[in-house]
Design a protein around this ligand. Structure first.
Ligand code: GLU
Length: 313
């Protein structure tokens, strides 16, 4: 059990307006924090400088305020803290766990298609993307260096096998009411927050991306650094990030960071059973609030009762 007082957070990316799935996450995390009488933080995950905008950030904070959700501490904006992520990347590099990779997304696709056409089924990560097929990890350092110097596009990847050898078996404490992988049967919550150990399977992600040349970090790297720096003890987020937790546990262990507890919640789906996405224009929350949706109706729409958000601890 944690010694430090619980700290919960909601960490939206300002690349669009909030949809009902975000509302569910934010209400649940905020409700759980309030139930424990503890800190709740909002963090802005804006490392994607091309897609994130201050206007979206403002709209998100405004919509959250309309739900009664505010940060108890100054908001941390990831784009202002690249130095923290670079320091972590340097640390992993010094441990010999990072290598520069040069295949572009199109080259990865072409290589995987060629392999599959030749009859070699190629593994996919839990998000459905092909595992990195390049063998740049074997590249002589002088050659890699020369390619970087001449301006080749580089992506910094984790040597997954080496990283796993360093840490051995990993798991995390989960109290979520859902697992996106139907083989694992998790209990539903019945008012008490019960934890179970879930085995981490970082190998399923292959040599995952830690940083790009233009943005010196990735989602995985910055999220674990920030959760640690902000003293987050309890991560509440959608089931779409359940498998990402395997990578997070690996990075936390390699970097000597504390281990938060996790609660991955069911996703809000549209009437066709499809997961909501900003990119599909499912920007429902603001519109519904403007139309005068009551808080009770909102709780109902996102599949929570007001009690649920509170009794979850
Ligand atoms: N920024 C991520 C998103 O908007 C959430 C990250 C997290 O909760 O760990 O999907």
């Amino acid at each position: 059990m944690h010694q430090s007082p619980p700290v919960f957070r909601f960490a939206p990316s300002p690349n669009g307006l909030l949809h009902l799935g975000h509302a569910r996450s934010a209400l649940l995390a905020h409700g759980m924090a309030r139930q424990a009488g503890r800190q709740f933080l909002i963090r802005i995950e804006d490392i994607d400088l091309a897609r994130c905008t201050p206007a979206y950030e403002e709209a998100i904070l405004d919509d959250l305020a309309r739900l009664g959700i505010r940060s108890d501490a100054p908001i941390r904006r990831q784009s202002e803290h690249f130095a923290d992520y670079t320091a972590a990347l340097d640390h992993l590099t010094r441990m010999g766990l990072v290598y520069p990779a040069f295949l572009s997304r199109a080259e990865i696709k072409a290589r995987v298609s060629a392999l599959e056409e030749a009859g070699t089924p190629w593994p996919r990560d839990p998000d459905g993307a092909p595992i990195y097929p390049g063998n740049d990890r074997m590249l002589a350092p002088e050659i890699a260096h020369a390619r970087i110097s001449r301006g080749d596009q580089v992506i910094w990847r984790l040597d997954m096998q080496k990283a796993m050898e360093r840490v051995g078996d990993l798991s995390w404490n989960e109290s979520g009411d859902v697992d996106p992988d139907p083989q694992i049967d998790l209990d539903a919550l019945d008012g008490v927050r019960r934890f179970r150990a879930v085995s981490a399977e970082p190998a399923r992600w292959g040599d995952t991306i830690l940083a790009r040349a233009d943005v010196p970090t990735s989602y995985h790297l910055s999220v674990v650094i920030d959760d640690a720096l902000q003293g987050v003890t309890d991560v509440v987020r959608g089931a779409d990030l359940f498998h990402a937790t395997s990578v997070h546990r690996l990075l936390q262990t390699l970097l000597g960071l504390p281990e938060p507890r996790y609660h991955h919640h069911r996703l809000v789906r549209d009437s066709n059973g499809r997961k909501l996405a900003k990119s599909d224009g499912d920007a429902g929350l603001r519109m519904l609030l403007d139309q005068g949706l009551s808080m009770d109706a909102l709780y109902h729409l996102v599949g929570l009762s007001r009690d649920d958000a509170l009794k979850d601890l």
